[in-house]
Ligand binder design. Structure first.
Ligand SMILES: *[C@@H]1O[C@H](CO)[C@@H](O)[C@H](O)[C@H]1NC(C)=O
Ligand SMILES: *[C@@H]1O[C@H](CO)[C@@H](O)[C@H](O)[C@H]1NC(C)=O
Ligand SMILES: *[C@@H]1O[C@H](CO)[C@@H](O)[C@H](O)[C@H]1NC(C)=O
Length: 512
């Protein structure tokens, strides 16, 4: 068999074996392992992902009722689109149509093709919430400017390493990535993704908003001036053929606020569904994304090994390295700029005690939400930015050898003794892959696989019944995707309190 035929067969087999669960918009497919790690030269996606992208048909067109996959896909498509605000559906339809009308590089080379808006991450652009949690804003800006929304990451790797498109194809045509192909694609359109060329791309592509506007860290004048001005000028450029050509592709990376977004929708006459915190939020996420094969493989493993069923467990998250929680306790002896978020949490002494105390309180809060099923209590998926903390809570405290080895400490130290008591009250499980949980932004530069864990944890939490979270927005993002209103906050930000988060989340208070 040729490699291509082999891949095609394997791909179909894995699709047939897929098992879809539709709960809140995203579907977790449990597929068999597939070990094809051959890397395509110059683009670090695996061969299978590459093949998939090349052959990818939007699931919307796959409604063949004779195959299981067809029915499944049909179901999930209507589930995902059902109930979305009209303007979002209209935009998605339009986007799909444009990508069909102008396939591949035609979107960039055909004079009749609409202009493009890129959501970029070329250097530092925040954690997963900041990078992916503003899809409502992305859609809004694309809608207001009549542009086809695409996404382009380089840091720490192309987004396609982690997530693939689902119903809305946001990927750049692959030929634009091939810097050596002479196919008439203008040099400025070669949006290649490697670290060197990305910085170059960043310089080549104009921004939607005035560079002085700081849309990624917006101040009041962004909302009062730059936002509307950017959209207005973009629309003016439409009337001018030369300027339109110069602005064929523009980029942005807005970190928009929810209240400002709501104001905008209200101004446009949209008052029923403001998207953030409604089921539409998770559906939109599902319209954009499905896990890449690498992430899917890890997800399957977690669900299988930990015996979790989507919708039938709770998630508890501890972000113990976030600067809003802690500034001290970095790994390594000397304090580093950026603190533990840059280098990891020191797993000894006060650093460890701080993490364990945070986890104990978080678990106690999470336990107040647990559902008592017919036979047993719902399990807790415990996850954290400290892999040491996950290991301690989900393995060590249950390990008789560990208990024996450290019995004097476990008995005499109040923190450990309390932790042991609390973890014994429910079934607490966690993901282990023996590697550090890296921050995608602050610990860039590792291989893409090193970041799979962040995506896996996000997806697992997004399929849980309840999410309990502390500082930072990463786990809150999962809760928003889940569409479940069962959520609780176990730790408050020490500064920079997010008003929306505060308003939407109950703060946990335990009887002392
Ligand atoms: C989306 O764009 C259309 C066409 O320009 C416009 O009528 C509509 O108001 C926009 N939707 C929102 C929510 O602004
Ligand atoms: C990035 O891509 C360019 C163009 O293909 C190539 O010349 C360069 O060596 C690449 N840099 C890295 C770091 O891979
Ligand atoms: C307990 O101690 C033994 C002997 O030092 C060591 O081999 C083992 O790995 C330890 N186990 C745990 C879980 O700490």
């Amino acid at each position: 068999m040729t490699r291509r035929a082999f891949l095609a067969v394997a791909f179909v087999l894995s699709l047939l074996a897929q098992f879809h669960i539709h709960r809140s918009g995203i579907s977790i497919a449990v597929s068999p392992f597939f070990d094809d790690q051959a890397v395509i030269p110059s683009l670090s996606v695996t061969a299978r992902e590459w093949e998939y992208r090349t052959n990818h048909q939007p699931a919307a067109t796959n409604t063949d009722p004779t195959t299981e996959r067809g029915m499944d896909a049909g179901d999930s498509v209507s589930n995902l689109l059902e109930g979305l605000p009209d303007w979002v559906r209209t935009y998605i339809d339009w986007h799909q149509l444009q990508r069909q009308k102008f396939p591949g590089t035609k979107l960039f080379t055909d004079p009749a093709a609409p202009p493009v808006l890129l959501r970029t991450c070329y250097r530092i652009c925040g954690g997963l919430h900041d990078r992916l949690g503003k899809l409502p804003w992305d859609l809004y800006l694309a809608n207001q400017t009549g542009r086809v929304l695409l996404m382009n990451w380089c840091h720490p790797a192309p987004l396609e390493e982690f997530l693939l498109p689902n119903l809305l194809d946001w990927t750049l045509p692959r030929d634009l990535n091939a810097a050596s192909v002479d196919d008439g694609v203008p040099a400025a359109m070669r949006l290649f993704h490697n670290e060197t060329t990305c910085l170059w791309t960043e310089k080549m592509i104009p921004t939607l908003f005035d560079e002085a506007s700081h849309e990624h860290r917006p101040r009041p004048e962004f909302w009062s001036h730059y936002l509307d001005e950017g959209i207005r000028q973009d629309n003016v450029a439409r009337g001018d053929q030369k300027r339109l050509q110069e602005k064929k592709v523009v980029r942005h990376r807005i970190l928009g606020g929810e209240l400002e977004f709501q104001k905008r929708l209200e101004m446009a006459g949209e008052t029923t569904d403001l998207i953030d915190w409604t089921p539409s939020f998770g559906k939109i996420f599902g319209v954009f994304f499905q896990p890449s094969f690498g992430v899917q493989r890890e997800l399957d493993k977690v669900y299988r090994d930990l015996r979790l069923i989507p919708g039938q467990y709770s998630a508890v998250h501890c972000r113990v390295r976030h600067p809003k929680g802690i500034k001290k306790f970095s790994k390594g002896k000397t304090p580093v700029p950026g603190g533990p978020d840059r280098v990891g949490l020191l797993w000894e002494g006060e650093g460890r005690e701080f993490a364990i105390e945070t986890a104990v309180h978080a678990l106690q809060c999470g336990q107040t939400l647990l559902h008592q099923g017919a036979n047993e209590m719902e399990p807790i998926y415990f996850y954290s930015d400290s892999e040491d903390l996950v290991r301690y809570v989900t393995i060590e405290l249950h390990d008789p050898m560990f208990e024996k080895n450290y019995s004097s400490i476990l008995d005499s130290n109040k923190i450990h003794a309390t932790a042991r008591k609390v973890v014994q009250r429910s079934r607490i499980v966690g993901r282990h892959d023996g590697t550090a949980n890296l921050h995608i932004d602050r610990q860039g530069g590792a291989k893409p696989t090193a970041y799979y864990g962040s995506f896996v944890d996000l997806m697992v939490a997004a399929q849980s019944r309840c999410v309990t979270y502390g500082v930072g927005n990463y786990a809150m993002f999962a809760s928003k995707i889940s569409g479940s209103s069962c959520r609780l906050q176990h730790q408050e930000e020490s500064w920079g309190v997010d008003e929306n988060k505060k308003e939407r989340t109950k703060l946990c208070s335990l009887p002392s």
